[in-house]
Every structure is written in structure tokens, then in C-alpha cells.
Design a protein around this ligand. Structure first.
Ligand code: PLP
Ligand code: SF4
Length: 399
């Protein structure tokens, strides 16, 4: 058990830490009996330094099944790399391979499978590139891919074709054509900074990037698409929040998928963001065996609104190659929305979205609440199953 709790190789790598407080904070690793893993360093660079990136370290931390072991071996060699912060690893059940956090971050042998409909680039982002690292699918907003790095690589990632491929953060120079494009298209008012995970970059780099975007006067809102509140909550430092605040209005789009991810640390990270005036929105991905259940999502969404995070989208998983084992049929999401409508306070109810393959844009999906339409009378079905007629006003005579 001791080896399970503090893998020797992790300690070795962490030995060169500079400051005492950091060293002290590593001591109280929870041990043994509960089977829980320690959360690792309190500081985010320490978390990244001690992240699990090899099969060897992973198998010391969790008792891996043959399917996971083979998946991890493959991830080490090719495809989407393996990276799990000690914090996120501590949320994993070390013994249960069906743990909803573990399924999100531990590779499985099925990642090598291809099923019908799979695509390497399901959203056609390469085809919709209007400048290097800039994707546009809608007239008023663009997606800027600022880095390929993430704190944890999610096994279902839509951008598995590019994340963690070694490029690292993109320099401002290389982003200049993207900025020029945005400046030349004043109809673009909303810039979504994504990647990879923009908040996995150094604060100073983020500051320079946001300063550059803010030099374009026609940009109104900036969104930061980030999973660090979930996978590396200690990244949301007061220094980061102070830096980001200078560039308001900034919206933070985060990505919680399961109530187990709502730890004291991640809730505190969301609250720090909300306290600093960032609207925080959540985009969950619907994942088989992880959160494809109305009760699980209800618990997640109630927890999110308590932390002042607004559930924004429930996304149908994109048909990314190697994720067939994590995807659900379209009908599953609709069934879940049907169960949640009316039972869950509407500020906690996201929109169900299918991002269409090929990058044709997002389509909202909904249960059908219209029973019939006839001569200006529409029969609607309520969440309780009552049928109610709504009668349109008479057509107005034109004056
Ligand atoms: C998802 C996405 C957006 C944002 O869509 P919203 O519905 O406004 O949240 C913008 N651009 C691209 C390329 C996207 O994939
Ligand atoms: S944090 Fe986002 S971009 Fe990074 S691996 Fe996860 S889903 Fe992909």
C-alpha cells in the first residue's frame, strides 16, 4: 500500500523542489487503509512535475486491468499521450476500473478500435481553419487553439489528433496571422481561446496573449475553454485571477463531467473565478458508463450551481477515432433531458447539443414537447405528461 500511495519515482522527481512550504505540503499523503491516493503538491507546477506520464508510474498508483495496462502501453508509444495530475489521480478509485474519473483519464485497449462513423477530426477543424490555429464556423465567433498541452489528457478528447503532440504553447508571432484575420473581420466579436488547455500555460504567456487579443477593438468577449478547475484546481491562483481580470469581459468555460469531480478544491477554484467576476459555464460531454444517467447528471448540475457554475451544454460525444466505447446513442441524451426537464431547476439545466460531424455547426436536441399542431391550436405535453392546448391569436388583418 505504501508504494501505492507515494510512488518512489514520483518522489524522486519532486526532490528538487525549491521551497520549503511546498515540501511540507507534500507530507500529509493519506495512507493505506481507505485505499485513497494522496493529492500531491499544493502548487500547480509541482502537480505538473509529479504527474503520472508512464505505464510504470500508473501501475504503481492503480491496480490496472489488462485492458488498461495495454491501453497505457499504447498511449505511451502513440496517439493521445498519458498524463494525470496527482490531484486528479487522487479522485480515481485505485481498485475499481469502472470509476467514472478513472475512465476519463486512464487509457484502455479499446482506444485502438475503429468503429463506423469514426473520424480523426470529427469537427472538420482542419478544413475550417481560416488562419493557422484559428477555426471559424460561425460568423460572429472564432476558436483560437493556443497550445496543445493539457494538465490531464481526457481519453475522449475531440482534439486527440493534435493535443499533446509536442508543439507546446504557440508563440504570439505564430499567432499573428490569426490576430490579423480577427482584426480584418470586425463581425467576429467573441474569441474562444482553447487548445489544449490555455490555463495550462504560464500566467505571463496568458497575459501577453490576452493583451494582444484586446488590442483588436472589435473583439467584445473572450472565452477561456479550460479543464484546469477540474483536473488542476490549484492552477486557479489569486495571481492568475488578478491577471485575467485585467482583460474582462472574460467568460470561463469549464468541463466537469461527474459529481465525483466536485471536490473541495475544484469547488473552491470555481468560487475564486466567480468571486472575481468571471461568469463560469460548464460543458459536459455525455459519456457511456461515466455520466449517461439522469440521477448522476442531476447531482452534478446541482453541485455546479451551488458553486455558481452554470451548466451550459451537455454535448453528445464526438465520433473521435478510438472513443467508440465511451459514446452513447443520440436517443440517450434526449431521454436524460426528458427526465430532467421540470424536475431540475432550470438554471441547472443545460442544452443538449450535437456538434455535427464535418464541422457544420452545433445542433440543439430536445425531447419533443409538441403533441400536435392543427389550425392554430398546438397541443403541448408538460413535464408531468399532461396535454395542454395553446391557441394562437387570430391572424391580424393588415392595416
Ligand atoms: C463550439 C464552437 C464554438 C462555440 O459555440 P457556442 O455555441 O457559441 O458556444 C465556436 N466555434 C467553433 C469552431 C466551435 O466548435
Ligand atoms: S482538457 Fe480538453 S483539450 Fe485537453 S484532453 Fe481534455 S478534452 Fe481534450
Amino acid at each position: 500500500m505504501a508504494a501505492l500511495v507515494s510512488p518512489p519515482s514520483l518522489l524522486r522527481r519532486g526532490r528538487d523542489v525549491r521551497d520549503e512550504s511546498e515540501r511540507a505540503s507534500r507530507k500529509p499523503r493519506k495512507s493505506g487503509k481507505s485505499g485513497k491516493l494522496g493529492k500531491g503538491p499544493r502548487d500547480w507546477p509541482g502537480q505538473l512535475r509529479e504527474s503520472v506520464r508512464t505505464v510504470e508510474d500508473l501501475s504503481k498508483a492503480l491496480s490496472l486491468t489488462p485492458e488498461e495496462l495495454e491501453g497505457a502501453r499504447r498511449a505511451e508509444l502513440e496517439g493521445l499521450p498519458l498524463a494525470i495530475t496527482p490531484y486528479y489521480l487522487s479522485l480515481c478509485d485505485p481498485h475499481d476500473p469502472r470509476c467514472p474519473v478513472r475512465l476519463q483519464c486512464v487509457p484502455r485497449i479499446e482506444e485502438g478500435d475503429t468503429v463506423p462513423g469514426d473520424l480523426a477530426d470529427p469537427l472538420g477543424e482542419v478544413a475550417h481553419e481560416v488562419a493557422p490555429h484559428l477555426v471559424q464556423r460561425y460568423p460572429d465567433r472564432v476558436l483560437l487553439l493556443a497550445t496543445d498541452r493539457c494538465a490531464v489528457y481526457c481519453r475522449f478528447c475531440t482534439r486527440s489528433r493534435m493535443v499533446g503532440d509536442g508543439g507546446g504553447p504557440v508563440s504570439l508571432e505564430r499567432l499573428e496571422p490569426a490576430f490579423a484575420y480577427i482584426a480584418a473581420h470586425p463581425e467576429v466579436r467573441d474569441v474562444i481561446v482553447s487548445g489544449g488547455d490555455p490555463l495550462a500555460m504560464a500566467t505571463e504567456r496568458i497575459d501577453r496573449l490576452l493583451t494582444r487579443i484586446r488590442q483588436i477593438p472589435t473583439v467584445e468577449t473572450i472565452r477561456l475553454a479550460t479543464r484546469v478547475p477540474v483536473t488542476l484546481p490549484m492552477r486557479i491562483t489569486s495571481e492568475l485571477v488578478r491577471t485575467l481580470r485585467k482583460h474582462h469581459p472574460i467568460w470561463v468555460m469549464t468541463h466537469f463531467n461527474h459529481p465525483k469531480e466536485l471536490s473541495r478544491d475544484s469547488i473552491a477554484a470555481c468560487e475564486r473565478l466567480a468571486d472575481a467576476g468571471f461568469p463560469v459555464m460548464n460543458q459536459s460531454v455525455l459519456l457511456a458508463g461515466i455520466n449517461d444517467d439522469a440521477d448522476v447528471l442531476e447531482t452534478l448540475y446541482r453541485g455546479l450551481i451551488r458553486a455558481r457554475v452554470r451548466p451550459y451544454y451537455l454535448l453528445q460525444a464526438d465520433p473521435v477515432r478510438g472513443t467508440g466505447h465511451l459514446r452513447t446513442p443520440l436517443s440517450k441524451g434526449i431521454e436524460i433531458m426528458e427526465r430532467l426537464q421540470g424536475r431540475l431547476t432550470s438554471i441547472a439545466l443545460p442544452k443538449l447539443i450535437c456538434d455535427t460531424p464535418g464541422g457544420k455547426g452545433k445542433v440543439p436536441l430536445s425531447p419533443d414537447w409538441v403533441v400536435s399542431k392543427h389550425d392554430g391550436t398546438t397541443v403541448l405535453r408538460t413535464f408531468r405528461g399532461e396535454e395542454v392546448a395553446y391557441v394562437d391569436p387570430p391572424a391580424r388583418a393588415s392595416v
